[in-house]
Ligand binder design. Structure first.
Ligand code: ADP
Ligand code: ASP
Ligand code: MG
Length: 410
């Protein structure tokens, strides 16, 4: 008897009709003799609705109360799905994260899972029941409700699969797998049969929100077989797996990711002396603002322009810090730009293929797109460009790397 964890995202449980369809599917798997644990998201739009309600009262409610509020969305879906399963004479029980129990640290709104006690789930599975768990949430050691960050139900599912040593963790969503790039942006995007954990992690980190980053991290660490599938269409989906050395020919590029979440700050005319980077980025780090891409240039007059990017939500805070630092350093001025985007090409094949960067820059040049910053890792190259060229850039790169062409399997 195999154990399967199935996660259904917001749109898949977005209405009673869809919840009934999910119940049909789950009941079928159960009838086939599998042990089933289901993780559900809140109905689509619900988490945003709850956040908007909170913001009508306070701009920055305490993270603890936010967690109490937003965790309710998934609780609703667990109960509704169980009712729909009962209607199909399929025994099922719903639990919230704290009941299962998913123990997390106390970092409200971005908590990390520490431990899962699977006794309760196992007892239900042994009794033949489907276990339905609210995604995205847990409790800290003092019993406070915590949540795992936006998109966190993916992580709940992978973590439960790891704890139960499940045979597979299936992420059901509104696309039939992981694509070479977001199919909402590029029509010719293609579903991948498989992708490595490393590539998926870079794709997710660089902005492909089909899977939450932590979920991929977790799956890689505990080697959880992870598959992304369409909730209501049959198909093989995409398997996320370890790199298969026996593949005859690994495609150089697996996919293209992008995001509009960043903003850029430039401190102009700082003296080119030791310690400048530290003096600029130290206070930013101390304020818990994460820095992504960094660029430093020494001009002819031996002064430096220092540019870095942060999350757009942190721009104001970072600018405030920079204004103070700039006057201490005697910098000429500070410039900010929130209208930037980051585009990344990702692929493990890059390790053994030269020329990926030049091909990328050539494609962008041919489209007349100016590159503002560049950053690389072993398996990805990212560029910062003007936000208004984002879609053009993604399409140009998608065709330059021939991602719309079905590869010949080795
Ligand atoms: P869920 O609510 O089921 O968690 P999400 O909206 O979080 O669903 O994730 C699915 C969406 O991710 C798709 O509708 C698609 O637009 C987007 N997406 C972004 N990049 C990719 C990609 N490379 N492959 C597939 N989907 C992607
Ligand atoms: N409901 C949460 C969100 O919208 C968690 C999730 O759907 O995974 O972010
Ligand atoms: Mg999601």
């Amino acid at each position: 008897m195999s154990t399967i964890v199935q996660k259904f995202g917001g749109t898949s449980v977005g209405s009673i009709e869809r919840i009934e369809q999910v119940a049909d599917k789950v009941a079928r798997f159960r009838a086939d003799g599998h042990n089933i644990v289901v993780v559900v998201s809140a109905m689509s739009g619900e988490t945003n609705r709850l956040i908007a309600l909170a913001n009508e009262i306070q701009d920055q409610p305490t993270p603890r109360e936010m967690d109490v509020l937003v965790s309710t969305g998934e609780q609703v879906t667990t109960a509704l799905l169980c009712m729909a399963l009962h209607k199909r004479e399929c025994e099922a029980r719903s639990y919230n994260g704290g009941q299962v129990r998913i123990l997390t640290d106390d970092a409200h709104t971005k908590a990390r899972i520490r431990e899962i006690d699977d006794d309760r789930m196992r007892a239900d599975l042994d009794a033949g029941r489907v276990v339905v768990v609210a995604g995205f949430q847990g409790v800290d050691e003092n019993g406070n409700i915590t949540t795992l960050g936006r998109g966190g139900s993916d992580t709940t599912a992978v973590a439960l699969a790891a704890a139960l040593k499940a045979d597979e963790c299936q992420i059901y969503t509104d696309v039939d797998g992981v694509y070479t790039t977001d199919p909402r942006v590029v029509d010719s995007a293609r579903r991948l049969d498989h992708i490595t954990f490393e590539e998926m992690l870079e794709m997710a980190s660089m902005g492909s929100k089909v899977l939450q980053i932590r979920a991929v991290e977790f799956a890689g660490k505990y080697n959880v077989p992870l598959r992304v599938l369409h909730s209501f269409q049959d198909g093989p989906g995409t398997l996320i797996r370890v790199e298969d050395q026996s593949d005859m020919e690994t495609p150089t590029i697996a996919g293209i990711a992008f995001n509009r979440d960043e903003a850029k700050l430039t401190v102009m005319g700082v003296p080119d002396t030791p310690g400048v980077a530290y003096k600029i980025l130290g206070p930013v780090g101390n304020a818990n603002v994460e820095v992504d891409v960094i660029l430093q240039n020494v001009g002819e007059d031996q002064s430096t322009d220092f540019t870095f990017t942060v999350h757009r939500n942190d721009l104001q805070r970072a600018e405030g810090i920079m204004t103070r630092v700039a006057s201490e350093l005697g910098a000429r001025e500070i410039r900010t730009d929130a209208k930037i985007a980051k585009v990344s090409v990702v692929g493990v094949g890059m390790r053994s293929h030269a020329g990926v960067a030049s091909k990328m820059f050539e494609a962008l040049a041919e489209s007349g797109i100016n590159i503002q910053m560049i950053t690389t890792s072993e398996i990805k190259i990212s560029v910062i460009i003007d936000e208004k060229y984002l879609e053009l850039a993604v399409r140009a790169l998608h065709s330059a790397f021939e991602l719309d062409v079905e590869p010949v399997e080795g």
